[in-house]
Ligand binder design. Structure first.
Ligand code: ZN
Length: 192
């Protein structure tokens, strides 16, 4: 028989002072979310959804059977991660493998590696950054992952990725307009 899992103290919002703080922290975005006159960006909407999921699960998680509890712990961990609260997510997450993933975000530093992918394309050598946007949380700097060394850093979007993003948007526009010349130029630019 394993020991009964109980939500860590800080989530048991039965203390009026704690409740008040939590409510204050969430109220501004909630106000915006509940107003019929504002449009939330997808990132804001995801954040608000995650807060609601958290609030709901926290109320019921100690009173359900162990199997349901495991499912709820996974969902709560996801909801905390979606709010950028990775340290708490690690504590709640039941799977060891997933905990390791979450720790990488929790421990993300502000040092960005400079790995590049090199190769040849149409007999011409090219170098492109090995970094990519791995995760974005509303109101936080993006998490940049590296496909080469595997590190994750939380930094402002690197200029190469800003450029790539702009080029990708342009290429989408060109694909819609069936602009073949433009697309060729785009590919050349991307590989420069
Ligand atoms: Zn790297």
């Amino acid at each position: 028989m394993t020991e009964k899992w109980v939500l860590p103290e800080r989530y048991q919002l039965n203390d009026p002072a704690k409740l008040k703080l939590a409510a204050q922290a969430q109220s501004e975005l909630a106000k915006k979310a509940n107003s019929p006159f504002t449009n939330l960006s997808p990132a804001e909407a995801e954040f608000v959804r995650a807060q609601r999921t958290e609030n709901h699960i926290v109320k019921i998680i100690n009173d359900v059977d162990p199997v349901t509890q495991l499912t709820l712990r996974r969902k709560l961990s996801d909801a905390l991660a979606a709010q950028g609260r990775f340290a708490e997510a690690v504590e709640i997450e039941p799977s060891a493998a997933k905990q390791e993933e979450l720790k990488a975000y929790r421990d993300a530093g502000s040092f960005l590696c400079s790995c590049v992918n090199e190769g040849t394309w149409k007999n011409k050598p090219f170098r492109v950054t090995a970094q990519f946007v791995k995760r974005q949380v509303w109101n936080q700097k993006p998490f940049i992952g590296c496909a080469k060394c595997g590190q994750i850093a939380q930094v402002d979007l690197p200029s190469e990725l800003v450029k790539q993003r702009e080029l990708r948007q342009q290429s989408r526009d060109m694909a819609v307009k069936k602009d073949v010349k433009g697309l060729q130029k785009y590919t050349a630019e991307l590989l420069r």
